[in-house]
Design a protein around this ligand. Structure first.
Ligand code: KIV
Length: 279
């Protein structure tokens, strides 16, 4: 069996070192941070050289499992996909989402869950949803060796409290509440903050106000980085949130390829000679 330790010095030097949470934190006001979600080893392999961060998002609920919300996602699901993404990548920092119910009860519960994620996946950090309410948990985890990416603004795990996925920060109270969230999670030690679906001036003010990088999704082009769900960006779904830009239309291309395959099978044109084993 070949292992990394059996590689020559030159071959080992050719393997890029993985980005770390502190390296991402140092990117404040530097080169924009490129982040996409990934859920499988092969997708991680394809995205790795383009991305600084691969997020194993609990959006795998809808993207992979066809679930209506992220609420039913379990820690075991996140660990299985997190480990696959770590196996498929070499350079990007892998961040794994903490699923609903695995961290909100107490800092101790969050530590137990996050420690499992770090030990069983090899990921470099976790992400959790929540602002001021989660600040003591973020501080607890960070002081115990677990880098935390915070997620504020529209927090999809709170869909049943929020009543939907509408943009946030439109009224004065909500605007200043989300600003307070950003300040609290940074003070608690978060190495970066995802800001989802908030009005643009709020995203800009947060990016100005806090010392760690902001990563926007439906926020502002002036955030310190951007993230999208990879399947949205590839055009895999018919309906998308306003903030999604499709960089391809993979759903149509898959449809065309499947149609061609089906026609070849039905017409007995596939398999051809080069696909067959000789006796
Ligand atoms: O779960 C997810 O994919 C996310 C991103 C949308 C930020 O949290």
């Amino acid at each position: 069996m070949s292992t990394t330790s059996s590689l020559s010095v030159a071959a080992r030097a050719a393997i890029p070192r993985r980005l770390t949470a502190p390296a991402i934190r140092d990117r404040k006001r530097g080169e924009p941070i490129v982040m996409l979600t990934a859920y499988t080893a092969r997708m991680a392999e394809l995205l790795d050289r383009h991305c600084d961060v691969l997020l194993v998002g609990d959006s795998l609920a809808q993207v992979i499992y066809g679930l209506p919300t992220t609420i039913p996602v379990t820690l075991d699901m996140m660990i299985a996909h997190g480990a696959a993404v770590v196996r498929g990548s070499q350079r990007a920092l892998v961040v794994v989402d903490m699923p609903f119910g695995s961290y909100e009860e107490s800092p101790e519960q969050a530590f137990r869950s996050a420690a499992r994620v770090m030990q069983e996946t090899g990921a470099g950090a976790i992400k959790l949803e929540g602002g001021e309410t989660m600040a003591s948990t973020i501080a607890y985890l960070t002081k115990r060796g677990i880098p935390v990416m915070a997620h504020i603004g529209l927090t999809p795990q709170a869909v049943n409290v929020l009543g939907g996925y509408a943009a946030r920060g439109k009224g004065n109270a909500e605007y200043s509440g989300i600003m307070d969230d950003a300040i609290a999670v940074e003070a608690a030690g978060a190495f970066s903050v995802v800001i989802e679906a908030v009005v643009e001036p709020l995203a800009d003010s947060i990016t100005e106000a806090i010392g760690c990088p902001t990563i926007g999704i439906g926020a502002s082009a002036r955030c310190d980085g951007q993230v999208l769900v990879v399947d949205d960006m590839l055009g895999m779904f018919e309906r998308n949130a306003k903030f999604v830009k499709r960089f391809d239309n993979l759903a149509d291309r898959i449809d065309t390829a499947a149609e061609a395959y089906a026609a070849s099978v039905r017409g007995r044109q596939f398999p051809e000679a080069q696909h067959l084993y000789k006796a």
